[in-house]
Design a protein around this ligand. Structure first.
Ligand SMILES: Cc1ncc(COP(=O)(O)O)c(C=O)c1O
Length: 398
């Protein structure tokens, strides 16, 4: 009997995988998981054809910087390919501590902890601190990793309208003043390109005693002095308890970080399952991130170029009458409103040699189906001209 029970369930799950509608559609239209067969900066090769990459998160364009590449190579020669273990047990190395100290100092924090993925770092920034009985106030548009952290924490969640201090205030009015509270926001929203209204949000959060977690995956490297991020951009370092983010965007590596006071970081190291039971970031990943962090402080031209390119690019989209959801940053969506409009637009750009990414509901709110694009400091004027031609072509094809 027991055997047939297991067999039946296995078959049900196999059928679920085989018959899944989303997977069938993805494989039919094949817009995702496209594997490039070459890359040099913002030029990639897809099936042997050169294309302009217009949707990476390499905002500062450091992923091909000779100093970052050399740092990764040297670290691998010195430390090997992997630490093959968790920080808690056999995987901790002095280069982890060095990068953490440098990140903490850059962000004006006492301490920092790094993980193998931004996803894990940001998830643990919520899950490690909130618990059953707490109330989490979450912006409706936060990233999936933060929602996962909220679910894992078992805290009660109250959503407030995207970037709306008024709604946050209304939602908080109905929450017991005695409940421990956490507010979770992003610094720069990755799909929308919006900057958090942090001065107003953090003031309300403070009035209500909220512990504030800010995911700055897309603000780090882009906003603030030398790219210190959204909190620095507003000069609100004392108002945010935890800044988490990714090493895989402006820092041109892979991994994530959590920066906070020493008490908070040591608590995370005791309670974050994502840290305790997961292998440490590899030598070359840490070294590339550290080299990029140094470049952010010694070569300001990358940040300047990023913003110059962003302004040029936004002007191109504006001249074509495209809806960019009032993006204020290098992450620029092109909102088209339905998947029927998004697909031909994306395909037209691809045909013209511009690589972008589609994002359709439920990944974005209904009616906001969009093409996600992001500008890099590495885009050249010539590439921006080609992008402008491709956009004009895609608009006509819609
Ligand atoms: C807001 C936000 N947080 C966290 C992450 C996860 O970072 P990573 O890709 O380094 O895992 C992302 C990645 O897209 C993101 O956009």
């Amino acid at each position: 009997m027991a055997l047939s029970f297991f067999t039946k369930n296995k078959k049900t799950l196999q059928a679920r995988c085989r018959d899944d509608y989303a997977t069938k559609m993805r494989l039919k239209y094949a817009p995702f998981y496209l594997a490039m067969d070459g890359q040099k900066g913002t030029t990639v090769k897809l099936n042997g054809r050169e294309m302009i990459m217009l949707s990476s998160n390499d905002y500062l364009g450091l992923s091909f910087h000779p100093k970052a590449i050399e740092a990764g190579r040297a670290a691998m020669l010195k430390w090997g390919t992997s630490t093959t273990g968790a920080r808690t047990s056999n995987g901790s190395r002095t280069f982890h501590l060095e990068l953490e100290e440098k990140l903490a100092a850059f962000l004006g924090r006492e301490a920092c902890h790094i993980s193998v993925a931004g996803y894990l770092a940001c998830m643990s920034s919520v899950a490690s601190f909130a618990q059953k009985g707490d109330v989490i106030l979450a912006d409706k548009n936060i990233h999936s990793c933060l929602w996962d952290g909220i679910r894992l924490s078992n805290a009660t969640v109250e959503r407030f309208s995207h970037n709306s201090p008024d709604d946050l205030r209304d939602v908080l009015a109905a929450v017991s003043p005695d409940s421990p509270k956490m507010m979770v926001v992003e610094g720069v929203y990755s799909m929308e390109g919006h900057i958090a209204r942090l001065p107003e949000l953090s003031e309300i959060a403070e009035e209500h005693g909220c512990f504030t977690v800010l995911d700055d995956a897309h603000g780090f490297g882009v906003l603030g002095r030398q790219g210190r991020g959204t909190v620095d951009h507003f000069g609100l370092n004392d108002k945010v308890d935890v800044i988490c983010g990714s090493l895989s965007k402006s820092l041109a590596s892979t991994g994530g970080f959590v920066a906070a006071s020493t008490d908070v970081i040591e608590y995370l190291r005791s309670h974050s399952k994502q840290t305790i039971f997961s292998a440490a970031i590899s030598p070359s990943q840490a070294a590339c991130a550290q080299a990029s962090l140094e470049l952010m402080q010694t070569e300001p031209q990358h940040l300047e170029q990023l913003w110059a390119n962003t302004h040029k690019y936004r002007a191109i989209l504006k001249s074509l009458g495209l809806d960019t959801w009032e993006s204020e940053t290098p992450a620029v969506p092109i909102v088209l409103g339905s998947k029927e409009r998004v697909y031909p637009f994306w395909k037209a750009l691809l045909d013209k040699g511009v690589f972008t990414v589609m994002s359709i509901a439920p990944a974005v709110p209904a009616g906001k189906d969009l093409i996600r694009t992001a500008i890099s400091a590495m885009h050249t004027d010539e590439q921006l001209e080609k992008i402008a031609d491709a956009m004009a072509y895609a608009v006509k094809k819609m």
